[in-house]
Ligand binder design. Structure first.
Ligand code: NAP
Length: 313
């Protein structure tokens, strides 16, 4: 039974497959808001299952995914994108008719291709992606407010009953998120711009600094300025998750990287030619984008992202 119970649960029984940052945040948010009657969980390794049991964000933790999903009204796949197909194949025979199956993967078309063929008749598969996260992973890193005022994109397939979408939307909103619907390829292009390519750029820049061996062990760390520090935070993100993102959102990421390279060459040329006007105009336009993000409530305008002075968090 839910401990909080302020609201009528939206789903009687929810099964979370994968118990890392996203799933453990969902479990905590569902409990805090009384959104699920029972939360069952499964993760791949006994260690994670034990930690999840100790932390107590699930009502039950199961040794197999098939056991966890039995009788569930909602099943959430919260594993790396590359693991979705195997998990879907394993749980498919246990899914209850009328149940909803969703996922939280950062790429959508590849998840549709991997999961949809396994979904039995009468089970509603509604792919999803919460645009919320941190560079931390694992069950300890989750928290109940992760999704507050963040977007949760759902990419339903044609013929999905409207009631099933409405119910899943209510769950996401109950966790504090704003919900939008999109088709999977459009999602993948948008996220290639807003998340995937920026991560690749951060990984690259931190890699460049790492290659400057002479300074990497001392000056780069000692004198790390805001820009580099922010990139190192992004570049500390989970290697498995991000490997899978680039392997599965290949076309959109390569498209955006091509555009990025063209812009980079234009700026490189402006620097070489001493074209200050071009640089000034360019930076004025990008500054307006930052303002737009703050006005939309998606980040803080506090200097240095509100970090305490001297903080390295
Ligand atoms: P995470 O903290 O690394 O957790 C991943 C979980 O998946 C772990 O509990 C892991 O179990 C489990 N797992 C992996 N393979 C499995 C399998 N074959 N069967 C069962 N469990 C398996 O990752 P996360 O950040 O929560 O990410 C989960 C999903 O959310 C990914 O698809 C990611 O793309 C998406 N997402 C992430 C973010 C973000 O910022 N992190 C944001 C939005 C969406 P073990 O610990 O036992 O290995």
């Amino acid at each position: 039974m839910t401990e909080a119970g302020q609201a009528t649960p939206i789903y009687g029984r929810v099964a979370l497959i994968g118990l890392g940052l996203i799933a453990s945040s969902m479990a905590r948010a569902m409990k805090a808001n009384g959104l699920a009657g029972h939360v069952a969980g499964h993760a791949k390794t006994p260690t994670t299952r034990e930690v999840a049991l100790e932390l107590g964000f699930c009502d039950t933790v199961h040794d197999t995914a098939a056991d966890a999903v039995r009788d569930a009204d909602l099943v959430v796949l919260a594993v790396p994108v590359g693991a979705m197909q195997a998990v879907a194949a394993e749980i498919a025979p246990q899914l209850k008719p009328g149940a909803t199956l969703t996922d939280v993967g950062s790429v959508k078309q590849a998840v549709v291709d991997a999961v949809a063929p396994h979904v039995p008749q009468g089970v509603h598969f509604i792919p999803g992606h919460p645009i919320a996260g941190t560079e931390h992973s694992g069950p300890q890193s989750g928290f109940a407010t992760l999704f507050e005022n963040r977007w949760w994109l759902l990419t339903p397939l044609p013929d999905t009953p409207a009631e099933a979408i409405t119910r899943l939307r209510a769950l996401c909103e109950g966790m504090g998120a704003n919900v939008d619907l999109m088709d999977p390829p459009h999602h993948d292009l948008v996220l290639a711009v807003t998340s995937h390519t920026p991560h690749l750029i951060a990984y690259t820049m931190v890699g460049v600094a790492e290659h400057l061996r002479r300074v990497s062990n001392s000056e780069v760390i000692k004198y790390s300025a805001g820009g580099f520090r922010d990139l190192t935070r992004i570049a500390a993100s989970d290697p498995t998750m991000w490997r899978d993102v680039f392997l599965t959102n290949k076309d959109a990421t390569l498209d955006i990287l091509g555009r990025f390279t063209e812009e980079l060459f234009a700026l490189q040329r402006a620097i070489r030619m001493g074209d200050g006007q071009m640089l000034f105009d360019y930076f004025t336009r990008t500054r307006a984008i930052r303002r737009g993000i703050i006005e939309a409530g998606q980040d803080t305008a506090a200097p240095d992202f509100g970090r305490a002075k001297g903080s390295t968090a």
